[in-house]
Design a protein around this ligand. Structure first.
Ligand SMILES: *Cc1c(COP(=O)(O)O)cnc(C)c1O
Length: 367
């Protein structure tokens, strides 16, 4: 049987993409904030209803550049171990120490009630993640940050285009970062963005992502090369035309899954919060071994045997990875540890058919 992968990148037609890159070939202007880059930035500002946004080469460097833009270069940053390793790698690579806060059992985002106990005189910022598109408790997190004089940067890689009670998610905190990686809801093949709150901040992001170069004779700080090229921007322009339709297709698949899986004993589904305009990025399920009669790993194997490639996302926890485990103890975030052993994301992408979902559901229901 044909393999069903956990995701499949959405793409425009080849004709549409070729049409978009023709001017790039004609002008020989391939990168360094060319016309396609500028067009995409303006279109994304409109789409995301945000006045200030700067594009980057990927979502990881968006986090590093955002930290630098906010002047964060030493001390401790409170973050979550239940994320893609990029989040904490950015903190370490920018010269800071991640301090891991546990998550909430119901939506997998940072548990704000556990933040204050982790604050020390060294703490400079909080870097939560809107996991699977579930928005963090931004009010509680930002109240704590305000009280202690900390910055808040959200890793919003999972939440492209989402709105909570009419507010676009990029508007929370001091800055948010997006990933436009090929596996995300919206992509530029590789790409990302920093959403910030003033023209000065946007300008600083543009300087930092270009080695820190201010103009031909002035370079005031040390930055990486994190610029988005014209071919990536052209892909982004094409994809922005289709992303609403793709999110609709995801919603259709999502709702069909919900119909089929709601009453399966021992399988807990992700709840979309009230007031959230979701982008249907992922379909995480929690497998309760006792109730379901099988562990996450056993179900994962049975799915694989049926050519269905789920993903243990996020497992292992960041603190269990070799690059972190000698400095951290995963048991200090018990909820995150438990969830990471029970969770998997099952296939969800634009165009996933009901027939394919039936195949997946049958394995889960042992039919
Ligand atoms: C995808 C992702 C990143 C990194 O983005 P890239 O574009 O792959 O560099 C960071 N954090 C989270 C939570 C992600 O899902």
């Amino acid at each position: 049987m044909e393999k069903i992968y956990v995701t499949r990148s959405s793409i425009p037609s080849i004709e549409e993409y070729i049409e978009e890159i023709k001017p790039v070939f004609e002008s020989h202007w391939l990168t360094n904030a060319g016309p396609k880059h500028e067009e995409l930035r303006e279109s994304l500002k409109k789409y995301l209803k945000t006045p200030n946004l700067a594009l980057t080469v990927n979502g990881h460097l968006a986090i590093e550049v955002a930290l630098q833009m906010l002047g964060l270069d030493h001390g401790e940053v409170i973050t979550t171990p239940f994320t893609f390793v990029s989040t904490s790698n950015a903190i370490v690579r920018m010269g800071m120490k991640p301090v891991f806060c546990d998550i909430r059992e119901d939506d997998y985002t940072m548990d704000a009630s556990k933040i204050e106990a982790l604050i020390t005189p060294e703490t400079v910022a909080i870097l939560p993640v809107h996991v699977y598109g579930n928005i963090c408790d931004t009010e509680a997190i930002e109240a704590i940050a305000k009280k202690h004089g900390l910055k808040v940067i959200y890793d919003a890689s999972h939440t492209f285009g989402e709105e909570l009670n009419g507010v676009e998610v990029g508007n929370f905190g001091d800055a948010s970062t997006l990933s436009f990686h090929a596996t995300k809801v919206y992509h530029t093949i590789e790409g990302g963005a920093v959403v910030c709150h003033s023209q000065e901040e946007e300008d600083r992001v543009r300087i930092i992502r270009d080695f820190g170069i201010v103009d031909e004779e002035h370079t005031n700080e040390i930055g990486p090369n994190a610029k988005m090229n014209e071919f990536a921007a052209a892909m982004g322009i094409c994809n922005l035309r289709h992303v609403d339709a793709w999110i609709e297709e995801r919603r259709d698949a999502y709702e069909y899954y919900i119909e089929q899986l709601t009453d399966v004993k021992g399988i807990r589904l992700n709840k979309i919060a009230e007031g959230l305009k979701s982008n249907y990025a992922y379909f995480p399920i929690i497998v309760d071994e006792e109730e379901y009669g099988e562990s996450r790993d056993e179900l994962f194997k049975r799915l694989a045997a049926a050519d269905i490639m789920a993903r243990k996302y996020f497992y292992p926890l960041v603190t269990e990875l070799e690059s972190y485990s000698s400095d951290y103890d995963a048991k200090e975030t018990p909820i995150a540890l438990k969830i990471s052993c029970q969770v998997m994301t099952i296939p969800l992408y634009a165009g996933l058919s009901h027939e394919d979902i039936d195949r997946i559901v049958k394995v889960i229901k042992r039919q």
